[in-house]
Design a protein around this ligand. Structure first.
Ligand code: KG4
Ligand code: ZN
Length: 352
């Protein structure tokens, strides 16, 4: 019997061309990311057509590096996993076409992976004992959700943003105060030099008991602040704006996440009592690019300690887009549902 089960994973949903090799669902043998940040920086954001062209150039070399660094060849690969949505359609298509080509050429089974399942799965790599069910806060450039991870392949959405995703808000605010792309990490850094209480931006919690989010108002509030300061001839303190904005969004994310865990544990503990089973642990898992934010990590750590909730934060390099997380999700999907066929397609708006 073969001891190892090796997955080659490919990710190209936005501006990173990435490939990884995993053994099973949790052991990363290589994780290569070729970032296009330097190219898109000049345009202040990702240019989809350029992203697709770069993926096309980078794909074969990145995949070859992933195999080389893992010390394996195509003959060792048991499965190919590829992100097939959601994301930029032209970018996704490059990854999916490449994966189909490798699958056909090497007669290797292929599975399409939902990028958001990938983000959640980054935690299975960081915490090798972590198993569903658990609640997860998913915060990325395109998503803000509170989800219930019922199983590796079954995720239920409990709350969503009604407008902008939190990462999108970071990127837009960064543009307004002249920080450029990518906004999230730049605001994170600058906010450390500012006073989070100098400018108060309104926290939007929506209806009582709702686990939904809204971040478009705060973007407008920042824009209004900047315009009125300019009109008054005052210099804008960008560090204070960054710190004030960040504190407001982090407050909302933390409050809603704690609320969700409390609600969820209440439901679970009633069910446990009724069925005479042990109480499940109070846990909060976090995923997505914004999970790399230092203030969010700090505030969640404090709040979860206070509320006796076990907190799971993915390691930094697995927060933003990478192929290792796709390999993990691919492995579990294949175990449960088997392979996809070569009619696998890419979808810009694949939902959870
Ligand atoms: O998960 P991700 O890499 O791609 C998507 O699936 O969207 O997330 C990218 C988003 C961007 O909006 C970026 O600005 C944000 O994550 N981001 C951050 C930080 N690092 C990345 N936002 C706040 N603080 C950070 N340190
Ligand atoms: Zn992502």
């Amino acid at each position: 019997m073969k001891e190892k089960f090796l997955t080659l994973a490919i990710e190209s949903s936005c501006d990173e061309t990435a490939a990884a090799v995993l053994n099973g669902g949790r052991q990363v043998l290589s994780n290569i990311i070729s970032s296009q940040i330097a190219i898109h920086e000049a345009y202040g954001g990702v240019v989809p057509e350029i992203a697709s062209r770069k993926h096309l150039e980078n794909m074969n070399p990145v995949v070859q590096r992933a195999l080389d660094e893992a010390g394996v060849t195509w003959d060792d690969i048991d499965l190919i996993g590829v992100t097939n949505g959601p994301g930029l359609i032209g970018a996704l298509v490059i990854g999916v076409a490449a994966a189909k080509g490798y699958s056909l050429a090497g007669n290797i089974p292929l599975v399409g992976v939902n990028h958001m399942y990938g983000h959640v799965s980054s935690n299975f790599i960081t915490y090798t004992d972590l198993e569903p069910p658990f609640l997860c806060l998913v915060v990325s450039g395109g998503h803000t959700n509170i989800v219930e991870v019922e199983d590796y392949t079954k995720i239920k959405v409990l709350g969503s943003t009604r407008d902008d995703a939190v990462g999108e808000a970071y990127d837009k605010v960064a543009r307004v105060i002249g920080l450029g792309y990518p906004g999230g990490p730049k605001i994170d850094k600058l906010a450390k030099e500012g006073n989070p209480e100098a400018i108060h931006f309104k926290r939007v919690y929506l209806e009582k008991d709702s686990l939904d989010f809204s971040f478009s108002g705060i973007k407008t509030a920042v824009l209004n602040h900047v315009n009125s300061e300019r009109q008054a001839g005052r210099e804008i303190n960008t560090a204070d704006v960054a710190a004030g904005f960040q504190e407001a969004v982090v407050d909302v994310l933390v409050t809603k996440s704690i609320e969700a865990v409390n609600k969820y544990s209440e439901t679970n503990s009633n069910a446990a009592k009724n069925n005479g089973i042990d109480l499940p642990p109070r846990r909060l898992v976090v995923a997505g690019g914004v999970a790399a934010n230092s203030r969010l990590r700090e505030a969640l750590t404090e709040a979860c300690e206070r509320e006796s909730i076990e907190l799971y934060l993915p390691e930094m390099k697995l927060c933003t887009d990478n192929a290792a997380m796709i390999g993990s999700a691919a492995y579990y999907k294949y175990q449960k549902f088997g392979a996809d066929d070569l009619s696998l397609d890419a979808y810009a708006d694949l939902s959870f």
